[in-house]
Design a protein around this ligand. Structure first.
Ligand SMILES: Cc1ncc(COP(=O)(O)O)c(C=O)c1O
Length: 380
C-alpha cells in the first residue's frame, strides 16, 4: 500500500545516504585516487582490501570476486563440481544459492530449515544425503549452508555430517560477514566461505562484488585463477574460468566502509535489542542460537498476523519486506530439482509468517519506537 499522507516521514529498510554522508570525504578521496592511477582491474586497492577483510574475518586468504553468486560458482568449480553432482542447499534463501549450483552445472538438492530459526536443519540434511545416495542418480559432493539474515548456520553440526559423507562445505555467507559463532568470525567457520558485497548487504559496495575466504593455500590459488578466465602464470587458460574479479573502484569503496564496519555492527545490534525489548512476545523475534552474533542483514519477525502487520507498516510509510515468500524449491526455474509443494513443510510454513523490518545502523530511537508501536498495535 502506498501512503498518501504527506505528513508521514517514511522509514526505509536501509539508509545508504546517511552512511555516505558520514564517509563522504574518505570515499570520495579513494575514488579520486583510483581515477588517478587508472588501474581499474585488479589494482592495488583489491589486494589491500583482500588483506584487510581476511584479517577481519580471521581467514588466511581473501579473494575478491565479481559477486556473491560468482563466489559460490568459483568455489564449486574449484572443487571440480559439475554435471551429475548433488549440492545440498536450503530452500529458504535467496535464489542465488541454488542458482549458483545450477550455474556451476550441478544439481541443487533442497533441504528444510530449523523450525526455530531460519537455518539449514542438520537432521534434514542427513535425510537428504541418504535419499540422494539411495536414489543413485546424483553423486553427493557438497553442502552449502546459508547464514540467513546474518545468523551463522549450525557449522558445528553440519561439519561432521559433511565429513562423514565426504562432502565439501561451502558457506553461503552473502548476508553474514560481521557475524560470529562461538567467538569465531564468519569467514573462519567453514573451509570455504563465499560472501557478497551487494550494496544492501551489511558490508556493501556501490555495485556488485563478493569475496571468497579460506585458510587453504591451494584453494585460494584456484580461486585467483578461475576469476581471471582460468589463467595462471601466463595468458593460457589452464582450467575453466570466468570474468570474476572484484573491481578496483569497489575495493576502494569497501576499504572506507570496512573502517567503520565494527561500529556499524554494534549499531545494528543496538537496533535488534531495542526491537527485541519492544516486541516482548507479541511477535516471535529472530532466534539466535547460543554463542551466535548476527550481522543483522535483516531483523525478521514471525507472526500469524504478518499480513496485517505489513499493511499497517506500509500505511504508516514504513517499508517492511517479506524474505522469502516462496522457498526456492517452489520457483519455476528450479522445478526440475524439486519435489514440489509439501516437500519442505517448515520452509513453506515460514513463507507465510516472516516479515523483515527496517534494519540499519542509522535508525534513530524515535524511528525504532515508531516501528515497534505500529507492529504492537497491528499484532495485538
Ligand atoms: C543468501 C544469498 N546468497 C547469494 C547471494 C548472491 O549475491 P550477489 O547478489 O552478490 O550475487 C545473495 C544476495 O543477494 C544472498 O542473499
Amino acid at each position: 500500500m502506498v501512503t498518501t499522507d504527506t505528513t508521514i516521514t517514511p522509514i526505509a529498510p536501509i539508509d545508504l545516504a546517511s552512511q555516505y554522508l558520514r564517509l563522504k570525504n574518505d570515499i570520495d578521496g579513494r575514488i579520486a585516487a583510483v581515477l588517478s592511477h587508472g588501474r581499474f582491474i585488479l589494482g592495488p586497492e583489491v589486494e589491500s582490501f583482500e588483506r584487510e577483510i581476511a584479517e577481519f574475518c580471521g581467514a588466511r586468504h581473501a579473494v575478491g570476486v565479481s559477486s556473491g553468486r560468482d563466489a559460490l560458482v568459483i568455489a564449486l568449480w574449484a572443487h571440480g563440481i559439475g554435471a551429475g553432482d548433488a549440492v545440498f542447499v536450503p530452500s529458504f534463501t535467496f535464489a542465488a544459492t541454488a542458482g549458483a549450483v545450477v550455474s556451476a552445472g550441478a544439481s541443487p538438492v533442497f533441504v528444510d530449515v530449523d523450525p526455530d530459526g531460519f537455518l539449514m536443519a542438520p537432521d534434514d540434511l542427513v535425510r537428504a544425503i541418504e535419499r540422494t545416495a539411495e536414489a543413485g542418480r546424483l553423486r553427493p559432493k557438497a553442502v552449502m549452508p546459508v547464514d540467513l539474515f546474518g545468523i551463522p548456520a549450525d557449522y558445528p553440526a553440519i561439519g561432521p555430517i559433511a565429513e562423514a559423507h565426504g562432502l565439501a562445505v561451502i558457506a553461503d555467507a552473502a548476508q553474514s560477514v560481521g557475524g560470529s559463532l562461538g567467538g569465531r568470525a564468519v569467514g573462519a567457520l567453514a573451509p570455504i566461505t563465499a560472501t557478497s558485497f551487494f550494496p544492501t548487504k551489511p558490508l556493501g559496495a556501490y555495485g556488485d562484488g563478493g569475496c571468497l575466504l579460506t585458510d587453504d593455500d591451494s584453494m585460494a590459488s584456484l580461486f585467483r585463477s578461475i576469476r581471471v578466465h582460468g589463467q595462471e602464470g601466463d595468458e593460457r587458460q589452464q582450467r575453466k574460468g570466468m570474468t570474476g574479479r572484484l573491481d578496483t573502484m569497489q575495493a576502494a569503496i569497501l576499504q572506507a566502509k570496512l573502517a567503520v564496519f565494527p561500529d556499524e555492527l554494534d549499531a545494528r545490534e543496538r537496533v535488534a535489542r531495542a526491537y527485541d525489548a519492544g516486541f516482548g512476545d507479541i511477535v516471535t523475534a529472530p532466534h539466535r542460537p547460543d554463542g551466535t552474533r548476527s550481522a543483522w542483514a535483516q531483523y525478521t519477525i514471525k507472526s500469524d498476523r504478518r499480513d496485517a502487520i505489513a499493511a499497517a507498516l506500509a500505511a504508516a510509510g514504513v517499508t517492511a519486506r517479506v524474505y522469502y515468500r516462496y522457498g526456492a524449491h517452489l520457483h519455476e526455474g528450479f522445478r526440475e530439482y524439486s519435489d514440489g509443494p509439501g516437500s519442505l513443510p517448515v520452509t513453506e510454513g515460514l513463507a507465510h509468517r516472516v516479515l523483515s523490518l527496517p534494519m540499519h545502523p542509522y535508525l534513530t530511537d524515535a524511528e525504532i519506537d515508531r516501528v515497534i508501536a505500529i507492529v504492537r498495535q497491528a499484532a495485538g
